[in-house]
Write a protein that binds this ligand. Sequence first.
Ligand code: PEP
Length: 252
Amino acid sequence: MTVKKLVAGNWKMHGLSADLEEIRAIAEGSYDYPAVDVALCVPAILVERAARAVPGFAIGGQDVHRAEKGAHTGCISARMLLDAGASLTIVGHSERRDAQRESDDEVKAKAEAALSCGLGVILCVGEELAVREAGEAVETVEAQLDASLPRTEAALARLPADLAIAYEPIWAIGTGKIPTVAEIGEMHAALRRKLAEAYGSPGERVPILYGGSVKPSNAGEIFAVPDVDGALVGGASLTAADFLPIVAAAAG
Ligand code: PEP
């Protein structure tokens, strides 16, 4: 089944007021590719200014708390992100799973909180290098996906439109290394089967993005892999000059 491609940028801890110009350039450039959904996930503190700078363009956050509100100093709820103008959020990025010790259960709860509040979700999964080298990547990531998928009724009602999965091998993030196209294809096919198993026919239409060192130079071959429905892009999303050629590659 063909799914509309989604190319999302993850700005991580990059972005100041001065960078709103770059966000404008990315948004305006992306309107040349209406066949591709494009989004930028920026630091929470920049969400409101970015959303005001590019009305109608999808601005996202990079994390949400699982609770609606409460005594969680320094945290941000899904409703806060939505209120600031975000339309989506990343959850379960490996940098958070690692540095903030986020478990699959935590990621699942965050995805459920975001979906039930009206945000779209990009849910990240991916294996460490040692797991890939041990030949256990597929079963490890399948299990991670299964344990991280949102399951509440409110979340399920938002499928397939508002959920995307990002397969991001941890060893490929920011390193310039990527799996072979055969390895990407094998993983995406396995994740597609898992999504169909978990969700039935909506699971066949949940986009599965690839993430990890996507650049203008390799985007075309990655997007040609079956079941690759787009990309989550870190470093190369910081400038329109790098990001827009990736969007163009997704447009085909
Ligand atoms: C990411 O962190 O989500 C990512 C894919 O980063 P990069 O593109 O820089 O590897």
